[in-house]
Ligand binder design. Structure first.
Ligand SMILES: Cc1ncc(COP(=O)(O)O)c(C=O)c1O
Length: 444
């Protein structure tokens, strides 16, 4: 056998992180991909030396690769004119690879306040990511080797395929999201999919509110999902359960579970690592700011194990993008600290809730029964139609060509409508036009 090149042997810091996991949460070490096992944060590297100097270099700090002037990051007036209430250090300086510590603390406090089930169970601190796409992709990097299986509902955000399958060579298997009568979450199919994979390693993606359907589980369904996963873990399946909470907080129905399942999953079983991928993108209506978070929780989690996971996560952030936009992080932090934040957010959620109600009323009109079934929706930005006797792509094209209406075709028959982008006045006309388009295609 050829000797292993030195560059592929484990760095001592990776070994130390792996040893911490092996001691306190051994299943997490098993769950890591080969890349995840190799990953570490260069604790003595440039960033760490710079951070140390920031604390201690009281005469001159000649460490970090920015330029300073008058004790502030150097900057141009033609750029600075666009920032009104941020200081140069809150805009131009590099953020740490793990994210601004104050933002991480503030987000952790927000998560805990919104997730009473967590109680005082320890979790990692959130690591800042370049919004949720980056969070999901680095979770894939850390836990998916080529050929590994990830389980998702058939209704899912298409970028999972690009990130985890195309990029990493993992395989995504699906189960039907809704039951046959379209009444709710298909817990039977989900439980069966878990049973078929008993004893293996499995990454499970849970996305509620769901893109594209706009469905979140009821409280009873949420309990059943947690029970099914806990039972699978108890039966020996080693699980990474990724809670993609992109649309968290957009709940429009009293019966919906309003807590992230992360709360219960984080303390469910030592065979189940819960990963919360969330962020400001949709919740705070800042799509372009690119601020998200990855947070870990496991029943037997310890400070040492969470540190190891944070180090690996911070290391992979450093390797790909070094760090996340400072202005984005500063603005999200200021929003979290603003006494007006919650009221303003609630006001926007109320606007979406009204649009969802108008949508529900119009899409279910009996006169459209021949055109589509409506997938249940109660949350998020979207709803989804299952078009009858034609394809979603044909309808999409007809809508664009003849009706000036843009929709998204997914799979054979799913047509996604983002009511988040429609005024209440537009909604009745949009569904009227979708029906006209479907009927025109059928008679063509
Ligand atoms: C389910 C889901 N997860 C993650 C994302 C990614 O969000 P971000 O813009 O924060 O990367 C989206 C965006 O559309 C999404 O729908």
């Amino acid at each position: 056998m050829p000797a292993t090149p030195a560059s592929t042997s484990l760095h001592p810091l990776a070994e130390a992180a792996n040893a911490a996991l092996a001691k306190d949460t051994p299943v997490v070490l098993d769950l890591l991909s080969e890349r995840g096992k190799r990953m570490f944060f260069p604790a003595k590297g440039i960033l760490a030396q710079g951070a140390e100097a920031k604390q201690k270099a009281n005469f001159a700090n000649a460490t970090v690769g920015i330029a300073t002037e008058g004790g502030q990051p150097m900057h141009l007036a033609c750029i600075n004119q666009y920032y009104n209430n941020l200081k140069p250090a809150e805009i131009y300086d590099y953020a740490p690879s793990f994210g601004r510590p104050d933002l991480r603390q503030a987000w952790a406090a927000k998560q805990r306040a919104e997730t009473p089930s967590l109680g005082d169970h320890p979790t990692s601190l959130p690591v800042v990511t370049n919004a949720l796409t980056h969070g999901l992709s680095l979770v894939g990097d850390l836990f998916l080797d080529p050929g590994d299986e990830a389980l998702s509902s058939d209704l899912m955000w298409e970028n999972y395929n690009l990130s985890w399958e195309t990029r990493l060579g993992a395989r995504i298997s699906t189960y039907p999201f809704f039951d046959r009568n379209l009444t709710g979450f298909n817990i039977t199919a989900f439980t069966q999919a878990l049973a078929e994979r008993k004893g293996r390693k499995l990454v499970v993606g849970l996305n509620f509110p769901n893109n594209p359907s706009g469905y979140s589980p009821t409280r009873a369904e949420a309990g059943a999902i947690v029970s099914a996963l806990t039972a699978a873990a108890a039966a020996g399946t080693k699980l990474v359960v990724v809670c993609d909470d992109a649309y968290y907080g957009m709940f429009f129905d009293d019966g919906v579970e309003k807590e992230s399942l992360f709360g219960r999953l984080a303390k469910a079983h030592p065979n189940l690592l819960a990963v919360k991928v969330d962020g400001a993108t949709k919740e705070e209506f800042v799509w372009g700011l690119r601020v998200g978070f990855v947070t870990y929780g496991i029943a037997n989690g310890t400070k040492a194990a969470y540190d190891a996971l944070e180090q690996k996560t911070g290391g992979i952030v450093r390797a790909y993008i070094s760090n996340v936009s400072m202005p984005g992080q500063s603005i999200v932090l200021k929003a979290l600290q603003d006494p007006q934040f919650r009221a303003q957010q609630a006001q926007k959620v109320a606007v979406l809730k009204s649009r969802a109600a108008v949508t529900a009323q119009h899409c279910r009109k009996p006169e459209y029964a021949d055109c589509w079934d409506v997938y249940p929706f109660n949350s998020g930005y979207f709803m989804c139609l299952r078009v009858k006797k034609t394809t979603a792509e044909a309808v999409r094209q007809e809508l664009l060509a003849k009706h000036g209406v843009g929709t998204i075709a997914l799979g054979q028959t799913e047509l996604r409508v983002a009511f988040s982008c429609l005024t209440e006045e537009q909604i009745p006309e949009v569904f009227k036009r979708i029906a006209e388009a479907i009927r025109a295609i059928r008679t063509a």
